[in-house]
Design a protein around this ligand. Structure first.
Ligand SMILES: Cc1cc2nc3c(=O)[nH]c(=O)nc-3n(C[C@H](O)[C@H](O)[C@H](O)COP(=O)(O)OP(=O)(O)OC[C@H]3O[C@@H](n4cnc5c(N)ncnc54)[C@H](O)[C@@H]3O)c2cc1C
Length: 401
């Protein structure tokens, strides 16, 4: 990154050793994190920055962007090499995602959902056949994945799903789905959706299973596209299932494991959303520094100092959670803390940036892009568990139930 904060925001510690030492390649990684970060930065310069305003205005990121994203290897970052991915650690993934989100919150969120809560659960819970079917194609970006938990009347309280599944009464077996899912990222582009449904609402979490539903399955349709305030260009849509018959091998994990699959996916996903928040936060700080009228006044110096500390603190939390996951330690609390803090920090920074820069930052067609960053940052306190849900998770860990 260029600019006065380059060394602080790009390196893991205040007095970093040379990049070649601090960014040593991991056994699972073909390239060091700094190389992936550099690739992400170059990709954003070339493919994202020139299109950012158009994607936001038209609420559309074209398919050819995702093909290029996949060709560059970004859609397979955490998928093991054995399944065609890059096999990066969570830490390397988080650093690369930060860079991509600093370029486009919308593209980074679509990728975070595709990898963290669609591909990773297939890797963790899938049969070898399911892994071989889906992961190499997701890694190349030929197929995109989606995660279907939220419903028109169910959000945080995801034990009480209304979407139902039952055994198919046909010789070939399989499952039949009825219901709908709302606010689903990647909906129309996705080849596979992880759909969470219940066999009996009275069973609550124990009645929930996860079915892999393919695009084009009869009875599965994509309904309204939502006109969002922020991360415009990322598809967010409603999915409808009407007597939708999927084969026996569409079940991910075992029957009744769906809630656990969803919760473990979200624990991992929160590191990705926290990294996206960090990227947007950093972009908002950089944009504030670029746009604020000079000479700066002391209150503006104080404001950007606080913004800088927020970015650094977010990075420390994101990287702590990522490291814990890479070590195989319990990372769920750290992931919640990172998601809670970084998503709020991103909004705080973008909002304060608007004050610091002043009126020119309100012009949607002006040179300063803080207004878009402000809108983009807002959604991150909601997705993959709201701020209040992260507080509940952390509070229970600290105090017990
Ligand atoms: C842009 C976007 C993309 C999304 N993508 C996906 C996706 O790909 N897949 C998917 O499944 N979902 C997706 N979602 C849905 C998202 O995960 C939900 O919006 C989120 O889980 C919150 O649910 P809700 O909006 O229904 O809010 P609710 O659960 O109705 O909550 C409303 C408010 O009450 C608070 N609240 C709820 N319960 C409690 C409690 N027990 N204690 C204290 N406060 C509480 C919440 O924090 C919130 O402030 C997306 C949402 C958005 C906006």
């Amino acid at each position: 990154m260029d600019g006065p904060f380059a060394s602080h925001v790009s390196e893991p510690s205040a007095a970093p050793p040379p990049a070649t030492v601090s960014e040593a390649p991991r056994p699972t990684s073909p390239e060091s994190a700094s190389e992936w970060v550099a690739k992400a930065r170059a990709f954003c310069e070339e493919r994202v920055r020139p299109n950012l305003r158009t994607w936001d205005r038209e609420d559309l990121i074209p398919d050819d962007f995702f093909r290029a994203f996949g060709d560059a290897g970004f859609l397979g970052l955490t998928i093991p090499k054995a399944y065609g991915g890059q096999g990066l650690s969570t830490l390397e993934f988080a650093r690369t995602l930060e860079e991509l989100a600093a370029g486009s919150g919308a593209a980074a969120t679509m990728m975070a959902v595709d990898l963290s809560v669609a591909a990773m659960p297939i890797l963790q819970w899938g049969t070898e056949d399911q892994r071989q079917t889906f992961l190499p194609k997701i890694a190349r970006g030929t197929w995109i994945g989606a995660f279907g938990l939220t419903e028109p009347s169910v959000g945080s309280d995801s034990q009480h799903l209304a979407t139902r599944y039952r055994r198919a009464a046909t010789p070939a077996g399989g499952w039949v789905l009825d219901g709908s899912k709302m606010f689903i990222t990647n909906a129309a582009s996705s080849e596979v959706v992880l759909v969470f449904a219940t066999s009996d609402p009275a069973l609550e979490a124990k009645g929930i299973s996860c079915l892999l539903v393919r695009k084009g399955t009869p009875g599965f349709s994509v309904a309204q596209r939502l006109d969002k305030m922020g991360i415009r260009g990322s598809e967010t849509m409603e999915l409808v299932f009407e007597n939708c018959h999927v084969p026996e091998d569409a079940l991910l994990g075992k029957e009744g494991q769906g809630f656990k699959i969803a919760m473990t996916a979200l624990e991992g996903g929160r590191i990705g959303i926290a990294a996206c928040s960090l990227g947007i936060a950093r972009a908002a700080l950089e944009e504030t520094l670029r746009c604020l009228p000079r000479p700066a006044e002391d209150w503006q110096r104080s404001a950007v100092a606080r913004m800088f500390v927020d970015v650094e603190a977010s990075r420390a939390l994101v990287e702590k959670a990522a490291r814990l996951r890479d070590q195989g330690s319990d990372f769920a609390g750290a992931a919640s803390a990172a998601k809670l803090f970084a998503s709020q920090a991103a909004f705080r920074i973008a909002s304060r940036g608007l004050d610091v820069v002043g009126r020119s930052s309100f012009d949607r067609e002006g040179a300063c892009q803080l207004e878009q960053l402000f809108r983009d940052s807002r959604v991150l306190t909601i997705v993959e568990g709201t701020t209040e849900i992260q507080e509940l998770i952390l509070g229970r860990r600290l105090l017990g139930r």
